[in-house]
Design a protein around this ligand. Sequence first.
Ligand code: ZN
Length: 271
Amino acid sequence: MKPLLAILLLCLTSIAHGAPTKPIPGGIYRFKIPIDATNIAYRGKSVFIAKEWALVAIPITTEPGESSLTYAQGGSLQTHNFTIQPHAYTEQHITIKNEALVSPPPEAQKRIQRESARQRGLYASHRPEHNVTSGFQLPLTGITTSLFGHKRFFNGQPRNPHSGLDIAADRGTPIVAAGGGVVTLADELYFNGNTIFIDHGRGLITMYCHMSKLEVVENERVSKGQTIGLVGATGRATGPHLHWSVSLNETRVDPKIFTEALNQTVNSQAN
Ligand SMILES: [Zn+2]
């Protein structure tokens, strides 16, 4: 069996995600904010708010079971309990020909550390502005080759779970912004190749990797659906594809679950 076909079959077996409101590790818990409630927090950090809903990012490393968020109401601190459901993520084995991209040589370590510190700083950004009132769209139409959460092995070596969604398309296909925001990074990174970060406000950041060409610059304001770059295979990539990730309050979540939860929220009628 060809490796790509094997990956596709593997993906099909794991495509059955829960409904967006079903909280799983790596997913979203959607919470209707009680009237007059403020300071909604999960694990001591304030959460993303859109309309009268809180979208809570659940880290993929969270153990299923009882969890809670807190909020202030009428001068006292309230607790809301919810249950994180178990979810089985599948394994994915990938062969990378360039060994330097699997086990980087010592001389690359400084660059990698510098780049990850920069990315952590961007994820921690929290502009109060809310740029996604019209929701999200998929940044690229193509073949999904790897889902969020796969337990990954590069040349047999275990690595962190897949933190985004991989969509394959022809080299040069335009990639668009999932939603409005400000470009906070447009640069070439060691693992991610030509990469764009968009800050959508309120702790919501999207990342787009492996592009052959960047079409926007840092600090540029972009709108939903605007072309930001072209599909490529720069960085650690086995072929032309987009790695798209969604970070919410410094937590990488399933882009498909987040998109559904956000769109359901922005399209909901206020009452
Ligand atoms: Zn990926």
